[in-house]
Design a protein around this ligand. Structure first.
Ligand code: COA
Length: 153
């Protein structure tokens, strides 16, 4: 396993789409995660979301994104770590950095697959709690998702 230095978050541009798709390609093929598959989808997300590359040693090792909602909440729309760089704490560190950036937001929420144990454990370790029951076919991929919320004072 390749070991990495401290990570940083860097705003992504359309030039980064090939690198973003490489990250997605490394994790694709499970029912618990529906990633980006093409450049057009990536362009839409980069336009609609605040989108960051997770970088270490100047290399892209993942990506994460959010949207600011009209109700004042922040919605975490994505978190992915390249398969070969997983289990080194990168996902958790990136999420901590995102939460620091969003420190004026009292409500932060996300949707994840009820069987995505790694993701659920990571979010719980940062204070997110599941609310409500699983919602079937939430992202139109035939799979359920649960909502998790972090509420801050
Ligand atoms: C979910 C995801 C982002 C987690 O990323 P990650 O970088 O592997 O996460 P972390 O390393 O921060 O933590 C994950 C696990 O690795 C463990 N870990 C952390 N550092 C470690 C180390 N040095 N050595 C071994 N394990 C380690 C953590 O304790 C955690 O273990 P646990 O699941 O048993 O509690 C990643 O699995 C992923 O990209 N999955 C596919 C996309 C996806 O599902 N995204 C979430 C959508 S909501």
């Amino acid at each position: 396993m390749e070991k990495l230095d401290e990570i940083k978050l860097q705003r992504a541009t359309f030039d980064d789409i090939p690198a973003i798709l490489d990250v997605e390609k490394s994790v694709i093929g499970t029912k618990i995660y529906s990633g980006l598959t093409g450049a057009e989808d990536a362009k839409t997300e980069l336009t609609n979301d605040i989108y960051y590359l997770i970088k270490s040693n100047n290399k892209v090792v993942g990506n994460t994104s959010y949207q600011l909602k009209d109700d004042g909440s922040a919605y975490i729309s994505g978190l992915v770590v390249t398969k070969k760089f997983q289990k080194q704490g990168i996902g958790k560190r990136a999420m901590q950095m995102l939460l620091e950036m969003l420190n004026d937001k009292k409500v932060i929420w996300l949707m994840t697959h009820p069987e995505n144990e790694k993701a659920i454990a990571l979010y719980k370790s940062l204070g997110f709690k599941q609310v409500g029951k699983a919602i079937e076919n939430y992202f139109n991929d035939g799979e359920p998702r649960i909502k998790m919320i972090l509420e801050r004072k």
